[in-house]
Design a binder for this molecule. Structure first.
Ligand SMILES: [Mn+2]
Length: 390
């Protein structure tokens, strides 16, 4: 039986206020085309379907259009709720979509209470332990929250491990055994940019150690972390994050987005491979003086990109951000890079300061430098108008 593992669609996500609907349409079409050409039986969507728990009609349209395509090609779908999703909404959709073989798991359920979704294709049965995001509020009560964090992280980990182990108890023999989970696994790679790796650990976030994941499933289809990766050293060796389907923010730049194809037969190790996704615009960061950044933004490889401009300037200049955005359509994010004056400026009582001093301190706190003479002159002019109208 063949599965396509994807996750973290985040439908409705924008970038700095700009819509990405056409990119979502393109990448969902690409995923459908892959599923059809690979003759996939079941598509697994491991949570964070939507970007928010009250998605726009536009985001719903994206989802329903994608599901409709899978249904039309007789591909079954399983969707679980992630931390970004409205579980209640997914549950409501499932009431109807179940009739079309679009299965949903919105809430955590025990192995004997619907925790396993069963799908039969060509006389082979798949048993999918479907476990949505487990909010820390489910594992910890108010008293725990008041106690120390280290203990809380431990309680959460025990709780998650207990649920995962419970659900897989429902497997029967002669079936294909999978697990879908929206969960953070300790040590997951968040980003690997310009040779520097960033990993997340369970001392700062609620998650589980990989050794605590159950070993019964032949494959664990995970969602939550946007960087595609296999979780090496898991009990049976076959667990992976599919990652997101577009580079969703600048922390995801340089990431090749993918889907995973999983072939399973009862009792045999999973055969997995990945297929790169090519839709969606790249996110890039360009550094230099404003002139250099504009020149780089004109280059072919950046023409289609969303650009973060990191500008080397002596000091912030009013209107600079707008000027850059107006000059290059791809620039959506602007950072200024200059030597900031780091000084404790909050020790003086604000009441003792004149308006201009207040402004200078505010500006310094915001921008790490003092305002230019022109800006100060402008401030005095505006202040003069306000005082005279009073
Ligand atoms: Mn996500």
């Amino acid at each position: 039986m063949r599965f396509l593992h994807t996750a973290d669609w985040h439908l409705g996500r924008q970038i700095r206020g700009r819509s990405r609907v056409s990119e979502f349409e393109a990448v969902l079409t690409e995923i459908k085309d892959i599923a059809v050409s690979e003759d996939v039986d079941v598509v697994l969507v491991a949570g964070d379907i939507w970007d928010t728990n009250s998605p726009s009609p536009e985001s719903d349209r994206l989802l329903f259009s994608a599901l409709r395509e899978f249904v039309a090609h007789e591909i079954e779908v399983v969707l679980i709720a992630g931390n970004h999703d409205s579980a209640h909404k997914l549950d409501a959709i499932g009431k109807l979509s179940e009739l079309l073989n679009v299965h949903t798991q919105a809430y955590v359920k025990g192995h004997d209470k619907g925790g396993i979704i069963r799908i039969t294709r060509d006389n082979v049965q798949a048993e999918i332990a479907a476990i949505p995001w487990i909010p820390d509020g489910k594992a910890l009560d108010a008293i725990d929250v008041l106690s120390d964090t280290v203990k809380n992280r431990g309680i959460y980990q025990d709780f998650v491990e207990g649920i995962y182990k419970n659900v897989v108890k429902g497997y029967t023999s002669n079936s294909v055994h999978l697990l879908m989970g929206h969960v953070f696994v300790d040590g997951a790679l968040l980003a690997d940019i310009e040779g520097s790796e960033r990993r997340l650990h369970i001392d700062v976030a609620y998650g589980v150690d990989k050794a605590r994941l159950p070993q019964e499933p032949q494959y664990l289809a995970l969602g939550h972390i946007h960087h595609p990766q296999e979780i090496l050293g898991t009990p049976n060796g076959s667990a992976a994050y599919a990652g997101s389907i577009l580079q969703l923010d600048f922390g995801e730049r340089e990431q090749q987005k993918i889907v995973r194809i999983i072939d399973l037969e009862p009792g045999l190790p999973a055969k997995t491979r990945l297929i790169p996704l090519t839709s969606g615009k790249p996110l890039v960061e360009l550094k230099g003086t404003p002139e250099e950044v504009l020149a780089k933004s004109e280059k072919n490889e950046n023409k289609n990109a969303y650009i973060r401009a990191v500008l080397e300037v002596d000091a912030p200049e009013p209107g600079m951000a707008q000027k850059m955005r107006d000059s290059a359509a791809g620039i959506v994010d602007i950072r200024l890079d200059y030597d900031r004056i780091e000084e404790n400026i909050s020790t003086v009582s604000l009441q003792d300061l004149k308006p201009e001093e207040l402004f200078v301190r505010y500006y310094q706190e915001q921008h790490g430098t003092i305002p230019s003479d022109e800006l100060l002159a402008l401030f005095r002019e505006i202040l003069g108008e306000v005082v005279s109208t009073e």
